[in-house]
Structure formats: C-alpha cells, structure tokens
Design a binder for this molecule. Structure first.
Ligand SMILES: [Zn+2]
Length: 133
C-alpha cells in the first residue's frame, strides 16, 4: 500500500504538500486508482487557486474520507470520488459494495468478500478442552 502511495505522491507532489512530506493516505490497494484519479483531476484546480492544504485520505464506515477544503469544483470532485469508493473493492479496485456483515465493513467484490470472511473465520479458532488423560 505504502509504495503505491509514494508513487502517486511523486507524480503529484503538490497535492501532498511536497515530495518529502509523509503522505497520510490510509486506504487499501484497490482504492489507489481512485486516489490517482483524485490527484490528476485536482492538479488543474490547484493551479487555479492559491493552493490547497496537503490531502489526507482515510476510510470510515466503508467509504473514503478525503480531508481537503477548496473551491466548489474541488468539493464536487471530493464528493464524487468519495461516492465511487463505496462501490470499489478495497483489495482489487473492481466493482464491489460495502459488506456490513463483516467485522470491519468495507466494499469488496464477491471474491474478496469471500476471502475476507475466510480470514475472519480463521481468527476464531475454537479450542476444545484437552482430552482427559
Ligand atoms: Zn476485489
């Protein structure tokens, strides 16, 4: 995840307040395409204004939360990307939906939903009492 974010930061340093800033982008690999789309479309909007504060991107209740204020077009762009995130698989970036039955509800495609259930079940190891010897 972090390598992917670093790559995007190198491509769009202005969005993150410079190349040497530590980017605050805490999302799954499947959402990096959306992060790149946000940055790409944000660039012309930044050049039009006095600049924006560095972007912070997290996940909350299965949706991307982008901390960034700006002009109307920036706000519209942020709304659009946040909306897309809840329909984008957290792992692979394909179409998905938020799975509220999981311990941590996030959007997954069918394949990664099943993988995540398996991982969740694997953590719940049932221990029977040791046989009496
Ligand atoms: Zn997936």
């Amino acid at each position: 995840m972090y390598d992917g974010v670093k790559k995007i930061q190198k491509e769009f340093p202005l969005v993150f307040g410079g190349e040497n800033k530590i980017p605050v982008v805490l999302v799954g690999d499947g959402w990096l395409g959306l992060v790149r789309e946000l940055c790409r479309r944000l660039m012309p909007l930044i050049e039009d204004t006095d600049g924006v504060q560095p972007v912070e991107i997290r996940e909350e209740h299965g949706s991307m939360v982008i901390s960034l204020s700006g002009s109307r077009p920036v706000v519209d762009l942020v709304d659009e990307i946040e909306g897309k995130s809840s329909e984008t698989c957290w792992v692979c970036g394909y179409e998905g939906r938020v799975r509220f039955d999981l311990t941590h509800p996030r959007p997954y495609c069918d394949k990664h939903y099943i993988d995540t259930i398996d991982k969740q079940l694997a953590k719940k190891v049932i221990r029977f009492p040791d046989p009496i010897t």
